[in-house]
Design a protein around this ligand. Structure first.
Ligand code: PEP
Length: 252
């Protein structure tokens, strides 16, 4: 009942021309893909060209970050109104690299999630523990804190419009993937938190992606878990063949 969602987070990669070429190859290769939502998240400067390339296809455009104010004296920032204007449907919020390098906190994630929802866009809200946190047995505490902090003050209806990405920080860009069982355990925890916050019906509807070194050879086993509804993909989304093989996980 939950449509799988595969999102490519291209991070700080690709010029406009390179992004356009990659988007074109993915769009062509995904023409026959049914029942999987595909999202491409290029850098801000390539949003327009990627948006044009995928227009008329089923692929959707996403941004990698946002600022919560709509306009004003906030040099260097981009608002959700502007992202919508650029053709975005999704916005990644609270990626661990933003938390780690740019001072993102649960409070700023919360403000961003609210701003994105207010514009009618879908936030992909990232949560996940670091390796020291996992080793200290704090997975549940950290993930609960991220989920509750990021969704604070939202109505059940608003929570129902969020996509959550569970991304254990130790698995991002490291080649180390959480085992399907490790990932499922945390996804189940997140769904339980959603049940507490928004009720059973909403919790069943919200899609929870896994992220962290998802590759063609591990996607099927991850996607076979009951509470894993898609993937947020970094490295493997930068090559059309690899990303298409993730998108076509069902055909493996
Ligand atoms: C990410 O950055 O969201 C991510 C999951 O990266 P990678 O797939 O490269 O681990």
């Amino acid at each position: 009942m939950r449509i799988p969602i595969m999102a490519g987070n291209w991070k700080l990669n690709k010029t406009k021309q390179e992004a356009e070429a990659l988007a074109g190859d993915i769009a062509a290769g995904a023409r026959d893909v049914k029942d999987v939502e595909i999202v491409l998240c290029p850098v801000y400067t390539a949003l327009d060209s990627v948006g044009r390339t995928i227009s008329g296809t089923a692929l959707k455009l996403g941004a990698q970050d946002v600022y919560w104010q709509e306009s004003g004296a906030f040099t260097g920032e981009v608002s959700s109104t502007m992202l919508k204007d650029a053709g975005c449907v999704f916005v990644i919020v609270g990626h661990s690299e933003r938390r780690q390098f740019f001072g993102e906190s649960n409070e700023t994630v919360n403000q961003k999630v609210k701003a994105v929802l207010q514009e009618g866009l879908t936030p992909i809200m990232c949560v996940g523990e670091t390796l020291p946190e996992r080793e200290a047995g704090r997975v549940e505490a950290v993930v609960s804190d991220h989920v509750k902090g990021g969704l604070a003050g939202l109505t059940a209806e608003e929570i129902g419009r969020v996509v959550i990405a569970y991304e254990p920080v130790w698995a991002i860009g490291t080649g180390k993937t959480a085992t399907p069982e490790q990932a499922q355990e945390v996804h189940e925890l997140i769904r339980g938190l959603l049940r507490e916050l928004a009720g059973a019906e909403v919790a069943e509807r919200v899609r929870i992606q896994y992220g962290g070194s998802v590759k063609p050879d591990n996607v099927k086993s991850l996607m076979s878990q009951k509470d894993i509804d898609g993937a947020l993909v970094g490295g493997a989304s930068l090559k059309a063949d690899a990303f298409l093989s993730l998108v076509k996980f069902n055909e493996k």
